[in-house]
Design a protein around this ligand. Structure first.
Ligand code: NAI
Ligand code: 15L
Length: 273
């Protein structure tokens, strides 16, 4: 049967807030989980992913999980370790113990962020799009934690029969705000379509997919997402004229423009935080 009750971790965050608004229209009853309280949602579980008991209780009785909770940008390794690596392990353990059939894991393009982006005129030929099985090249500790999450998902499928869809999300925001995002943007509506497809596709085992809209300037191959039934409806190109006028086209000699991960590849200036 199609999943009905879905635990949404990270429900207080940017993407969680967008999905809280959009997913109920697909018929899901959402159970919300986040370390940050959510105003107007008295039934939301306010707990940290480190709290195994709270996590197990939150997971009990759900049909599936959308796991968004975690640090969503580069941070010191110890923080990434706790929230994204140990936290995702705790989540999968709770899912296994409670017999949850499927997890949709918010991976990220930063798991492959050091992959050179395709060059040339858009649209990039299908044969030159970055395939889903390109070697992983994380651009940050953050990206590395997403590689871990994908491998954990594979292990829990092979060993315990917990299914997962790992979605390497590009940039899911109301609108693209950079020229790079014209290539990697996923509209909120397409995000909901993709999560719905990931929840309802039959027998996925562990599927890894890129998450973006049907952008004219797309860099990667959406075929594994489409194989789940995802049919993106949006294209960032409507924002191109304005963004290119403001920022110029991407400069292949600028490292911030040369890789899938954009400026994440040079984020050391953020250190030591
Ligand atoms: P966000 O930073 O706005 O939200 C993350 C949420 O997780 C926050 O509400 C935070 O309180 C919660 N959280 C963090 N650590 C926690 C912990 N230890 N226990 C419980 N809750 C915790 O991030 P956003 O943009 O909403 O992203 C959601 C997920 O999707 C993240 O895993 C992120 O890595 C991933 N992602 C998002 C992309 C995007 O374009 N928004 C792109 C690629 C991946
Ligand atoms: C991510 O993984 C981040 O969570 C999000 O905030 C954006 O920075 C996105 O990648 C991106 O690559 O634009």
């Amino acid at each position: 049967p199609a999943p009905r009750i879905v635990l949404l971790t990270g429900a207080a965050g940017g993407l969680g807030t967008l999905m809280r608004g959009l997913l109920p229209a697909y018929g899901y009853e959402l159970r919300l989980f986040d370390a940050t309280p959510i105003e107007g949602e008295p039934e939301a579980v306010t707990a940290d992913l480190a709290d195994k008991e709270a996590l197990r209780e939150a997971v009990r009785g759900v049909d599936a999980i959308i796991h968004l909770a975690g640090i969503s940008l580069e941070a010191p390794f110890e923080k990434i370790l706790r929230a994204n690596i140990e936290g995702t392990y705790n989540l999968y353990e709770a899912a296994r113990e409670e017999g949850v059939r499927r997890v949709v894991f918010a991976s990220s393009n930063h798991a492959v962020g050091f992959t050179p982006r395709p060059r040339g005129e858009a649209p990039i030929a299908p044969s030159a799009l970055i395939p889903i099985d390109t070697p992983r090249r994380p651009d940050t500790y953050y990206g590395l934690s997403k590689c871990f999450g994908e491998d954990l998902a594979q292990l829990y499928w092979d060993r315990h029969g917990v299914e997962s869809v790992s979605v390497r999300i590009g940039s899911c925001f109301m609108e693209p705000t950079s020229v790079r995002m014209l290539s990697v943007w996923m509209s909120p509506g397409d995000g909901a379509r993709l999560f719905h497809a990931a929840l309802t596709a039959e027998e996925v085992g562990h599927a890894v997919v890129y998450g973006s809209s049907a952008n004219t300037r797309l860099w990667w191959d959406l075929s594994t997402a489409r194989a789940l039934g995802y049919d993106p409806q949006d294209d960032s190109e409507q924002y191109a004229e304005k963004l290119v006028a403001e920022q110029g086209e991407l400069d292949p000699d600028n490292p911030d423009h040369a890789y899938l991960g954009g400026h994440f590849v040079t984020d050391p200036p953020l250190w030591p935080y």
